[in-house]
Design a protein around this ligand. Structure first.
Ligand SMILES: CC(C)(COP(=O)(O)OP(=O)(O)OC[C@H]1O[C@@H](n2cnc3c(N)ncnc32)[C@H](O)[C@@H]1OP(=O)(O)O)[C@@H](O)C(=O)NCCC(=O)NCCS
Length: 182
């Protein structure tokens, strides 16, 4: 079977007006196991409002939009990535709490790579004070780990037993980071 066609999307900075669509996106993604740490029930408006506000204030938040409405279909958000800087001076050079999510039916068509590559391009070219971008992902999310490694992040350890799986067992969480100097 040939691989799915790349999806044609436009990337843009998110705004507060995207909140409801991002809630819907995260709920859809969280309903499939093995990716996001949160379950669909744990994707609340407050959670999304919180990361959107922090990312708009101190970080980066991008959405991938499919369609321009020419064929009658309204543009829809098929993917999102965000990360922000914490308030402490010692961490001011770190962009963290990074999460990326793509609608299940749009996965495997290049959207996640485009979003993450664009976030790193912005950091490299426009945010010289950011020295480090970091995230944590569960060990079984091999597809996400391979994507992050191909973009220049490195595995930085293994947090044994940090994730409770849906079947009740435990699995490791993998801290990963991109460093401007590495
Ligand atoms: C992880 C995720 C963001 C990746 O986005 P995506 O749009 O599906 O990924 P892409 O199509 O850009 O593919 C990126 C890489 O993933 C891998 N990949 C994609 N689809 C794959 C598949 N069906 N099987 C195996 N590997 C696959 C490939 O290595 C691909 O690399 P390539 O560009 O060299 O082909 C997305 O799948 C997702 O939202 N998953 C659920 C939520 C999640 O896990 N978020 C990350 C939490 S840290």
């Amino acid at each position: 079977m040939s691989p799915p066609e790349p999806l044609t999307v436009t990337l843009r900075a998110a705004t507060e007006d995207d909140q409801d669509e991002i809630v819907a996106l995260y709920r859809r993604v969280a309903a499939t196991t093995g990716g996001l740490a949160r379950s669909a029930d744990e994707i609340t408006s407050g959670y999304v409002m919180g990361f959107l506000a922090r990312s708009l204030e101190t970080g980066i938040v991008l959405v991938a939009v499919e369609g321009r409405g020419e064929d009658g279909a309204p543009p829809r958000i098929v993917g999102e990535i965000h990360a922000w800087r914490g308030p402490l001076e010692v961490f001011a050079h770190v962009l963290g709490e990074l999460t990326v999510a793509v609608l299940p039916e749009a996965q495997g068509r290049g959207v996640g790579r485009m979003l993450f590559a664009e976030l790193l391009r912005i950091v490299r070219e426009s945010w010289p004070d950011i020295e480090r971008v970091e995230l944590i992902t569960r060990e079984s999310n091999a597809r996400a780990i391979a994507l992050y490694e191909s973009l220049g992040l490195q595995r930085e350890g293994r947090l044994e037993g940090r994730i409770r799986r849906a079947d009740g067992g435990l699995e490791a969480d993998i801290p990963m980071g991109w460093l401007r100097t590495r």
